[in-house]
Design a protein around this ligand. Structure first.
Ligand SMILES: Cc1cc2nc3c(=O)[nH]c(=O)nc-3n(C[C@H](O)[C@H](O)[C@H](O)COP(=O)(O)OP(=O)(O)OC[C@H]3O[C@@H](n4cnc5c(N)ncnc54)[C@H](O)[C@@H]3O)c2cc1C
Ligand code: HEM
Length: 399
């Protein structure tokens, strides 16, 4: 590694608390100095400025683990084809990033720090450019997909069936990013809820988040016949190849989608002992129960626990029930573990399962995006305590 990660880390710590102003400055610098680049970005950047900083944080956290960084950057570079990012854009982004870091570092900025950031950016951007260039020419930047069906599965939840314009290859457990003309350039990740099907259709489960740009469009506005764009498949929370270990899966909310896809693949592979905890915040949030019942009827190897508190209980109770349910499961050693759900739930569940002797190398989940939006709940208890005043369903054990 040509640069010293410690120098980068120390310099990053100086600006971290000013993420909001730094990203604003970065975009202003980029767009002012590079006419035309603004059109590649979403219009309402002011409302989602933390995304860039979250990305930077991810990079800084991985600097000392070049192995993981390489895979991450290759996927990121390939994925940036969908933004129409071209090699000539990279130096411009780098110049604006360094200008912003310098501006907010004040007197602590030194030639040594500037050199370290320049070296990091050169390595990182070259890895992305090379990975994008290595994508076979016949691979599209994105797939156009027709919305075949749009079904409401709850007050803030929609199930979308999509037909891509050409076969879309992915592995159950992966996710993809989606963009709609209703929110130009706004790409968000969603997880296919079915294993690949012969007719190439995909199913997505989308929950509307308050003030969410894309989820609101997908749940409330999108209609059959419309076209969505799909980015290439991402993520490695897939079944461990060749494993015959028992499985423990925890799905919170629409985290059920990738778990359902994984269960379909397991069924195709012949099945093995699998316990799935499906956690919901309320009865309105509990969905796709017909599928759950069908799966447990058809597969003797599958045991499902639906976790939600007694009617009238506080929402903190929901967090406690899931925690207690998992604690009751006991020893997780020797298990393949899959966790999916809201960004605040996943780290808490993973921490608990590690305490229950789950093996870190066998625990899989999607990347949890860091956020600097302090209005967002920080702990599972707070997650469950979010607004909403609907009765809870009882905790139910199935299978
Ligand atoms: C790997 C991965 C897979 C995902 N799979 C699914 C899926 O299958 N189904 C699904 O419905 N969602 C899924 N998500 C979440 C999804 O990508 C979007 O974050 C979500 O739909 C909100 O996007 P938005 O544009 O509507 O909200 P934004 O406009 O980005 O955000 C609006 C507000 O909501 C907050 N917010 C953003 N995301 C969340 C969230 N997930 N929970 C709570 N608050 C949030 C923001 O901080 C902001 O305050 C997944 C996320 C990841 C990282
Ligand atoms: C080393 C350089 C770069 C890195 C590390 C980087 C990293 C990232 C990351 C991690 C995201 C968030 C992805 C997501 O949330 O799905 C992102 C979004 C984006 N990037 Fe880059 N990027 C780089 C260079 C570029 C360049 C050169 C362009 C083209 C001008 C570009 C255009 C975009 C766009 C348009 C978005 C979407 C913005 C948004 O949704 O907020 N990036 N980038």
């Amino acid at each position: 590694m040509p640069f010293d990660p410690a120098v980068i880390r120390a310099s990053f710590a100086v600006v971290e608390r000013r993420a909001d102003q730094l990203t604003k400055y970065f975009y202003a610098h980029l767009f002012t100095n590079n006419p035309g680049v603004e059109a590649l970005f979403p219009a309402r950047l002011a409302e989602q400025r933390d995304r860039l900083f979250a990305a930077l944080t991810q990079l800084v956290l991985r600097l000392e683990d070049p192995g993981k960084l390489t895979g991450y950057l290759a996927a990121l570079g390939r994925d940036h084809r969908k933004f129409r990012a071209a090699p000539e854009h990279y130096p411009a982004v780098g110049a604006s990033l360094i200008a912003a870091l310098k501006h907010f570092s004040g007197h602590s900025w030194t030639p040594e720090i500037e050199k370290a950031w320049t070296e990091v950016y050169t390595v990182v951007s070259q890895a992305m450019i090379d990975a994008a260039a290595a994508v076979p020419a016949d691979t599209p930047r994105w797939w156009d997909a027709e919305v075949l069906e749009h079904r409401r599965a709850g007050p803030d939840l929609a199930v979308l069936t999509l037909r891509p314009d050409r076969p879309y290859g992915f592995t159950p457990g992966q996710y993809l990013t989606v963009c709609s003309d209703r929110q130009p350039q706004v790409w968000r990740p969603y997880s296919p809820a079915r294993a690949p099907r012969p007719d190439h259709t995909l199913e997505l489960h989308v929950r509307r988040v308050p003030d969410g740009l894309l989820s609101t469009a997908l749940v409330d506005d999108v209609r059959p016949g419309e076209t969505l764009r799909l980015g290439p498949p991402l993520g490695d929370a897939v079944l461990a190849p060749g494993s015959d270990r028992p499985l423990l899966m925890v799905a919170g909310g629409t985290g059920w989608a990738p778990v359902r896809a994984l269960l379909e693949q397991l069924a195709q592979d012949g099945g093995r002992p699998t316990t799935v905890f499906v956690a919901a915040r309320s009865d309105a949030d509990q969905y796709d129960l017909d599928t759950v019942h069908t799966l447990i009827r058809e597969h003797a190897w599958l045991h499902v626990v639906l976790s939600a508190p007694e009617a009238g209980a506080s929402r903190a109770e929901a967090a406690r029930l899931l925690r207690d349910g998992l604690a009751g499961y006991g020893d997780c050693s020797g298990h393949d573990v899959h966790v999916s759900g809201p960004p605040d739930l996943v780290p808490a569940v993973v921490a608990q399962l590690l305490d229950q002797d789950a093996e870190p190398d066998l625990v899989r989940h999607d990347p949890v995006t860091a956020t600097f939006n302090r209005s967002r709940p920080l702990t599972p208890a707070e997650w469950f305590l979010e607004e909403r005043d609907v009765p809870w369903i009882n905790r139910t054990e199935l299978g």
